[in-house]
Design a protein around this ligand. Structure first.
Ligand code: SF4
Ligand SMILES: [Zn+2]
Length: 388
């Protein structure tokens, strides 16, 4: 009779799951496939307007056009752990469809007559030829230039080569590129986000963008998976400090759980708590001097970068939240800060749950618990200690 093997120190001895399979599985489920085929390929996913600020600080109205596309090429081969964009894509969208979507968006807002800024989002990268036909890239760049609109597009790093930017700026010499960097830390990019590029790749992209005088917007992710609240807070402060000088704008996205993603699975298992709103307040307070080295007395003129924190689904269980009773007030203060840049927005905010949050963060800095001690994490303590 075979001798029972001793309990392995790490894992059960079974073959480990590949993160690739975990990420891809939900996109191939019948409900996801049916949902993707239900979209009308000639209509944009959504078009809406919001108040914004132009590069020179002037308040304006921006129109956001979210196009129905084939999605992101990184998703096709792997994908980021929190990205639910695949829910909104269709893999058979053509050049004609995209032009029809763009025409519909322009028609809806009368050729963007009242909007000075146009954000074109593609659930991937506009300047990636495998995702978006070159003819359509050209249409967006040219139209926005001809209409005199400030254009913002999203892109991963690898598309932002000298050759591509030389081509793009010959059509539209001035636009903003928003990059989902998520973390300025190679370990986090690789093991927590599964981003598929490194900080060196972002450095190169930024050098190229600067050479072509293009504006840079950097997205950072607050609290990627497999990280405690205290680590998320401390790391995000470091990342903001690292990218501030090289970003015209930094947008911190507190994690919100999108359907069918790795983070969704962790959340359903009570193994992940979206960030506390109190952490976001502390993060802003800690980086304020980096963003406004002269105290912010001269408004926008003195700021190194513009810091925006927008807690999507703030106060909800799938977005960053506190105890439930103070959430609305804290979310409102965080959003006001993006406009005013003043720490006074946080004066007088108080709730009993702040003590709970502070204790949690203090303990996490002292105990060896890689995944943190957030209350909803109700899994086995042994599993938590192993950081599976
Ligand atoms: S690069 Fe962006 S669009 Fe692509 S999988 Fe990652 S988050 Fe999603
Ligand atoms: Zn509270």
């Amino acid at each position: 009779m075979a001798k029972p093997s001793p309990l392995p120190l790490l894992g059960t001895g079974d073959k480990g799951l590949r993160i690739h399979d975990l990420v891809k599985a939900p996109a191939n489920t019948p409900w996801a496939k049916a949902r993707q085929q239900s979209w009308d390929a000639s209509e944009p996913a959504t078009v809406y307007t919001t108040p914004e600020v132009l590069a020179d600080g002037t308040p304006c109205t921006a129109v956001t056009v979210i196009l129905r596309t084939k999605g992101c090429h990184w998703w096709w081969s792997s994908g980021c752990t929190f990205c639910g964009y695949f829910n909104d894509t269709r893999d058979d969208v053509t050049n004609e469809d995209l032009h029809a979507q763009w025409a519909a968006a322009k028609k809806k807002f009368n050729h963007f007559e009242e909007q000075q800024m146009v954000k074109v989002y593609t659930s991937g990268s506009l300047l990636e030829d495998r995702e978006i036909p070159v003819a359509f890239q050209e249409t967006v760049l040219r139209d926005c230039h001809d209409l005199g609109k400030e254009l913002i597009v999203e892109s991963r790093c690898e598309q932002l080569t000298e050759a591509k930017l030389a081509w793009a700026t010959a059509i539209n010499p001035s636009f903003t590129v928003a990059i989902g960097l998520e973390a300025y830390d190679d370990e986090v990019l690789r093991f927590h986000v599964n981003k598929g590029f490194s900080t060196a790749s972002w450095d190169r992209a930024v050098t190229n963008l600067q050479a072509f005088n293009l504006r840079i917007k950097t997205y950072l992710m607050f609290k990627p998976p497999f990280m405690s609240e205290a680590d998320a807070l401390d790391h995000c402060v470091t990342w903001i400090e690292a990218v501030a000088e090289r970003s015209d704008e930094i947008s911190v996205n507190p994690m919100n759980i999108q359907r069918g993603t790795v983070i969704d699975r962790l959340h359903r298992h009570n193994e992940y708590r979206p960030p506390w709103l109190w952490s976001l307040v502390e993060m802003i307070q800690r980086v304020h001097d980096v963003i406004h080295p002269n105290g912010g007395m001269n408004g926008d003129e003195d700021q190194v970068s513009r810091l925006i924190v927008h807690p999507t689904a703030g106060g909800k269980i799938r977005g960053s939240h506190n105890c439930g009773s103070c959430d609305g007030e804290v979310v409102a203060a965080i959003e006001r800060y993006a406009v005013s840049g003043s720490l006074l927005e946080f004066e007088g905010l108080a709730c009993t749950c702040r003590t709970v949050w502070q204790t949690e963060v203090n303990l996490e800095r002292q105990l060896p618990l890689p995944l943190g001690i957030s209350k909803p994490r109700r899994g086995r303590v042994v599993d938590a200690l192993r950081s599976p």
